[in-house]
Design a protein. Structure first.
Length: 66
């Protein structure tokens, strides 16, 4: 089995966590079908990114304060 080396930044880890939770919710809802695994994973990632972008628009982080 080929090993992969992956180093994620903190924002990437946060999006991975969010997309994994979304993916899990699809599975819990009975929407997972092995034939559509990649499509569902992509959809989960895109939803996590959409949520992160919206939060970034609405919330001022401590580091962004003057």
């Amino acid at each position: 089995m080929k090993k992969h080396h992956i180093k994620l930044a903190s924002s990437e880890r946060a999006l991975l966590d969010a997309s994994a939770q979304i993916f899990s919710a699809f599975i819990e809802a009975g929407q997972y079908h092995e034939a559509q695994e990649k499509e569902l994973a992509e959809r989960s990632i895109q939803l996590a990114i959409l949520l992160a972008q919206r939060i970034d628009q609405l919330v001022v982080a401590d580091e962004e304060l003057p």
